[in-house]
Design a protein around this ligand. Structure first.
Ligand SMILES: [Zn+2]
Ligand SMILES: [Zn+2]
Length: 125
């Protein structure tokens, strides 16, 4: 074997034919000259390192996700209050002096159902 056509693997120090040598990026501006076996190893190692990170992140989110729906239950006490307030609004006895019509209202908007006006309404209770 012609020694000039071989390179030493920087990882396992094996004399490797030039056509079996691979340049693997070690850092941004540095490459390592390795044999094919080491190139494959480094490739898998860097890939598994990446997949480890991506695999670890989603389960963390999944663990926190079920906890999130519990928070909307905290303001649960606030939910019945609008409903209670609507129920607690007592019907009011109103009197329209325009058309002498007496009626009860439960809604916030109080108009005489007879004339449709509210300028002459008198609250009786
Ligand atoms: Zn090697
Ligand atoms: Zn009226």
């Amino acid at each position: 074997m012609d020694i000039r056509k071989t390179r030493t693997c920087e990882r396992c120090s094996v004399q490797t034919p030039l056509d079996k040598v691979r340049l693997i990026p070690k850092s941004q501006d540095k490459n390592v000259l390795v044999c094919m076996d080491c190139a494959e190893f480094l490739k898998k190692a860097s890939m598994s390192r990446v997949s480890d990170i991506t695999l670890k992140q989603p389960p963390i989110k999944n663990i926190y996700a079920p906890k999130e729906p519990l928070k909307p239950f905290v303001p649960k006490e606030l939910r019945p209050s609008p409903g209670q307030k609507l129920k607690e609004v007592p019907p009011r006895q109103m009197f329209c002096s325009r058309c002498k019509y007496e009626f009860t209202v439960k809604a916030a908007v109080k108009v005489c159902p007879y004339c449709g006006r509210d300028d002459k309404l008198v609250r009786k209770s």
